[in-house]
Ligand binder design. Sequence first.
Ligand code: HEC
Length: 108
Amino acid sequence: MRLALLGLALLLASPAVAQDGDARAGRRLAGGRCAVCHGNDGIAVQPDAPNLAGQNPIYLAAQLRAFRDKVRVHEQMNLMAAPLSEADIANLAAWYAAIEVTATPPGR
Ligand code: HEC
């Protein structure tokens, strides 16, 4: 009981960030619509498209909302984001964030 209350307190204390997404649902959504530019694995396949793999989910969700609401202007992305629900955005963000990437800076 005490543990449950502690859990609840932690839950309530956490900042109101994006809802938890379902990476599998995000993967299904991304595979059809987003992969043509951002790649099946979140590594972009178009020269002007950014990699999304391993990106911070809070940042991803914020950008998708900004595109959807046309706060961030980019013709293609405004079109792609227009029909996305809050759940879609959370799921897409969870999917791309779940892809593991490693960074290897160039040697000197
Ligand atoms: C026709 C190609 C294309 C498709 C399809 C597409 N994107 Fe994009 N996306 C882009 C380009 C190009 C940019 C860079 C926009 C800019 O320069 O501001 C971008 C930017 C983004 C960004 C911002 C990344 C950052 O680092 O700020 C996110 C997130 C994103 N796309 C997600 C998606 C998702 C999710 C889908 C599917 C629903 C999708 N995109 C479909 C081309 C595409």
